[in-house]
Ligand binder design. Structure first.
Ligand code: ZN
Length: 347
């Protein structure tokens, strides 16, 4: 048997979760031994939600802060964030997605440490190594490194719109089908037993605790946040997004590329998982019921996307990253269509 190649992993050095943890920011930065000057990347909404508070805590802790209020995660805004790089020692990304993507990518390109502060738990990007940046109007996924620290204040995340938490459940539940897809190519060098187990466990804990999540309690929100962080860690351990990204993610990426008004990433991935779990012969109804419990979409109508578009996305998702083998790549179009109908995703 051939031995597997050596592998290195880059992980966040600190993960701090709980109500009111933003207050600990100066202590966290001291612990990480990061120098003085910071730049906070936020949007107008997250500036109000927590940005001003973060600036206040950090400045009181001796860190002169600059801020940049962004309008979208695109290449132009990335250039704007990077333009500050000579004057700062660390970056803070504050938001649900876009400010975090920009700060992560700018930090990677300019070799500046980046701290991730999520204001919502809608996908696993706040702890992962990948950034989603728009180029010519379409989302593209770029390789960066994970944040040096994740500071997730659950009293702030609990106040985010409930739809975002439902999307987070969708993104985390899709780990189950991502791992099944990964196992299809188990003999390949990138398969990691540990990463697969961690990813599956994160999803299982959320499924088992879905009642707490559904009632929006701090405990339930914390469960989703921790699971999404674990998902990012699983990807870092594996050195690939495979533990948390299979056919259901290819389905979602296809929609992002071809749909003028795609739904949220986690909503699309969660719905994608219903169908791919059906194709794997697993308990797809459990996935559907879990999504239903948090009012996440379980059919084309709920997603707000035309059913022909949804069907096309399932049938053509093999065109996305064709070297990534998933159940959607190995199943005939006829069987995929049967699955989309049988699961009630389209009628
Ligand atoms: Zn995802």
């Amino acid at each position: 048997m051939r031995s597997k190649p050596a592998r290195s992993m880059i992980l966040p050095r600190m993960v701090v979760t709980g109500p009111g943890v933003l207050e600990q920011l100066p202590a966290i930065i001291a612990e990480l031994d990061i120098p003085e000057r910071g730049l906070i990347v936020c949007d107008s909404n997250t500036l109000q939600i927590a940005g001003n508070q973060v600036i206040e805590y950090l400045e009181a802790g001796g860190h002169p802060m600059k801020k940049i209020v962004i309008e979208g995660a695109n290449i132009e805004e990335l250039g704007r964030v990077e333009a500050y790089s000579d004057q700062i020692d660390f970056l803070v990304g504050l938001g649900g997605g876009r400010p975090i993507d920009l700060a992560k990518q700018a930090g990677f390109n300019k070799n500046i440490p980046f701290i991730s502060i999520p204001t919502a738990a809608s996908h696993d990007g706040f702890g992962s190594a990948r950034a989603s940046i728009r180029q010519e109007g379409r989302k593209t996924s770029m390789q960066a490194i994970p944040p040096i620290a994740v500071v997730a204040d659950t009293s702030i995340i609990s106040k985010a719109p409930r739809r975002l938490l439902g999307a987070g459940v969708g993104d985390i539940i899709s780990n189950q089908t991502a791992v099944l897809d990964w196992k299809l190519s188990e003999q390949k060098a990138d398969y990691s037993e540990y990463a697969a187990a961690l990813s599956e466990m994160a999803a299982k804990l959320v499924v088992d605790g879905i009642d707490k999540v559904a009632n929006g309690s701090e405990e339930g929100v914390r469960l989703v946040v921790k699971a999404l962080i674990s998902s990012g860690v699983a990807m870092s351990i594996a050195g690939t997004s495979r533990p948390a990204s299979g056919g259901e993610h290819k389905f979602s990426h296809w929609l992002d590329l071809h749909c003028d008004n795609p739904a949220l990433h986690g909503e699309q991935c969660g719905l994608g998982s219903i169908v791919t779990m059906y194709l794997h012969g697993g308990d797809w109804e459990k996935i559907r019921n879990t999504l239903k419990a948090v009012n996440a979409p379980i059919n084309a109508k709920g997603l707000g996307i035309d059913k022909n578009m949804i069907l096309s996305a399932f049938l053509n998702s093999k065109d996305i990253r064709p070297n990534r083998l998933t159940i959607l790549d190995t199943t005939s179009s006829e069987k995929i269509k049967d699955a989309v109908l049988a699961t009630g995703v389209i009628d």
